[in-house]
Design a protein around this ligand. Sequence first.
Ligand code: CAO
Length: 438
Amino acid sequence: MAVIKEITIPDIGDFKSVDVLEILVSVGDSVKVEDSLITVESDKATLDIPAPYAGVVKEIKLKVGDKISKGDLLLLLEVNESATEKTDTEKSVAAPASVSAPVANNTDIPTKIEAPKPASTHPNGPSAAPLAPINDGRFRKAHASPSVRRFARELGADLGLIQGRGPKGRILKEDVQSYIKQVLSRSTGGQPGLYVAELPDIDFTKFGETEILPLTKINKLTGRFLHRSWFYVPHVTQFDEADVTDLEQFRKDLNKEYASKDVKITVVAFLIKAVVSALKEYPRFNSSLDNAQENIILKKYYNVGVAVDTPEGLVVPVFKDVDRKSLGELAKELSEVAERARARKLAPHELQGACFTISSLGGVGGTAFTPIVNQPEVAILGVSRADIKPVFQEGVFVPRLILPLSLSYDHRVIDGAQAARFTTYLGKVLSDARRLVL
Ligand code: CAO
């Protein structure tokens, strides 16, 4: 006889109040004992919660993003009563099915999901596109749930080569599928696939003393996003200079006025204003390329990300609707948000929805750099330290404060001439600061 069983979160050891990352079943699905039901993630690892019985999913009581702990109700499962008398094997699955950690030095990596190594060519035969052989180190470091790891192993897909489109860059089952499709389609098109040579595991202690410094969570997440952008976006960087002599004087004057309001007008606040003006003049810079690479999605809102250097690594909070904010409001928000970023107190929504990013290293130094486009945006403005330079004006050299600009852009969306026009325009508005605040 069929009965409805309440399936709760089993004892998952150190995992308390962890995030539900993925729900792996839907209402109406039939599951077998040990099939993965959901994936959760803590700071250290991801793990799948398995089905303790075989049955049909009747109702799901959680959603992605919920925080769960032992005993929380997961779902209602219709099971045959005889199946609820657990066998010895079934009892052993009260604990999570498998755990995987994105951290390279984590020792909890399960051996039970390790499948035999695939051959270096796809099983379809010698004419099929070569799949790069799985590099175990790279595979282990990839951010994916145990079920996706198992799936990738079965297909012989190296997770280390796959770009994740899930939350926090996690690799989803669909990402593995589209990777395989891509490799296969390359073979049918007669084009050679992108074959990345394996990274050798090097024992540096052979050459001298070393120390292991684990990357922070932010380092790892940022690294994945940057790598993805670097991989997909054909980058070009346009360098230019803006004469900010008058802007700097204006900023100093304003700061005298604002001193009593406890707000410091920074260079970055002006840069945000200048960027909005340039995005309005050149709307193609306020766009994204769709994944099919068929259309450009133009945005009619103005959200600007600003890279903030924190002790844990680089974060990019997003300042929303900056076209509607005054210079004073932007300056205040910038200092408040940068402070919270450094204290790791930003909410996820504060890091989303940017149209364009500014990376200012002006407070640190340097003359130019080549920032990586924060994909799906199509351009990023790098700003270096302003310096006094001699500028030839009306027959004489005069000292002017010159701000170096480095605009990296996605060459699939933006042509070189457009980029040069964009930075020329930026230079013009930055040299005429009063127009910016009108
Ligand atoms: N030229 C000359 N001086 C500059 C300048 C520039 N382009 N930009 C800032 N400065 C000055 C400021 O005026 C300030 O001087 P005072 O204290 O005398 O007024 C000083 O440098 C410090 O500025 P700051 O950089 O701390 O503050 P900011 O408001 O200009 O920038 C923020 C804020 C959050 C952008 C910055 O603190 C930061 O984190 N920058 C690093 C971003 C980064 O890491 N990018 C790299 C990403 S790519 O790997």
